[in-house]
Design a protein around this ligand. Structure first.
Ligand SMILES: Cc1ncc(C[n+]2csc(CCOP(=O)(O)OP(=O)(O)O)c2C)c(N)n1
Ligand SMILES: [Mg+2]
Length: 271
């Protein structure tokens, strides 16, 4: 659809089970190709529609109908999957945090190429309370808001900052008063190399921080798949961009030199 209808803004609204398990193959290759799509993944860490089976993002130990003794799977980190697949826009927002949800989805929609937004979403029936830490008065302590050009600070009092350890080279945290604000990492979503965004997406999983970063992790520009395919169609059809010219070009490709006709007599004729 993105290729044939450049006049449309194509949104893919999906879940953790759909996007990361059932349709995982399609997801990574859409992102790898940079197809012009806005993908919004509502992550409730459960298969909700089919009534509560564990999903690729369920926490280890989660007891569900299909993991009665607790899930033993290591969960996917959706942002790390997206960054690993080369996605050109990667963000995360919380379902109830209207302001940042609006801003992140609006930026994703404007981005040309694949944009991927993970939305932490509560499932009140099958996985209630999975994201309670990020709601109400608790939120300020647990969320790290990534803002371009600003240092990455942690906690309600913003007294800790994300720094790079000079010895191990790993991202870690330090008291801002001790290391000085100049040593705190400044967020830059437009960095072409995805390594730092990947590290940020993993900070919570690796146990370096107890907070969770939200906002735009990566926002870089590279040619979109559908734009390049349409360019090739125009080239193939010469200067004529009409539908008929495209059909003719496609037909001549299909009828290219490598075709044979087998006659009734069993003889093979080229072309
Ligand atoms: C190829 C395929 N396999 C299985 C299903 C059945 N199915 C429909 S929804 C669903 C679970 C979806 O879970 P998730 O994507 O996490 O969405 P949620 O309901 O939690 O929002 C499954 C297994 C399907 N629709 N298509
Ligand atoms: Mg789900």
């Amino acid at each position: 659809m993105a290729i044939s209808r450049p006049d449309l803004a194509v949104f893919v609204v999906t879940g953790d089970g759909d996007a990361l398990s059932i349709g995982g193959n399609h997801l990574i290759h859409a992102m790898r190709r940079n197809v012009n799509l806005t993908i919004i993944l509502f992550n409730n860490e459960i298969y909700g529609l089919t009534k509560g089976q564990y999903s690729p993002t369920s926490q280890q130990g989660l007891v569900t109908k299909s993991s009665p003794m607790g899930s033993v799977d290591y969960p996917f980190n959706p942002l790390s999957v997206a960054l690993g697949a080369g996605c050109s826009f990667v963000g995360r927002a919380i379902d109830s945090d209207r302001k940042s949800l609006d801003a992140t989805i609006a930026a994703a929609a404007k981005h040309r190429g694949t944009s991927f937004v993970e939305v932490y979403q509560n499932c009140p029936i099958f996985n209630d309370g999975a994201y309670d830490d990020f709601k109400g008065p608790e939120a300020a302590e647990h969320l790290v808001r990534l803002v371009d050009g600003e240092p990455i600070l942690l906690g309600a009092d913003q007294a800790q900052g994300v720094v790079r350890d000079p010895v191990s080279g790993a991202l870690t945290t330090a008291a801002v008063a001790e290391v000085g604000i100049d040593h705190v990492l400044v967020h830059d979503s437009h960095r072409v190399d995805p390594s730092l965004a990947f590290e940020l997406s993993h900070l919570t999983d690796s146990g370096e921080i107890s907070q969770t970063p939200v906002g735009i992790f990566r926002d870089v520009t590279k040619p979109a798949y559908d734009d390049m395919v349409r360019d090739q169609l125009v080239q193939a059809a010469g200067k004529n961009t009409s539908r008929e010219a495209h059909d003719d070009a496609l037909q001549s490709l299909l009828n290219g030199v490598d075709t044979w006709t087998v006659g009734e007599d069993g003889e093979v004729h080229e072309g």
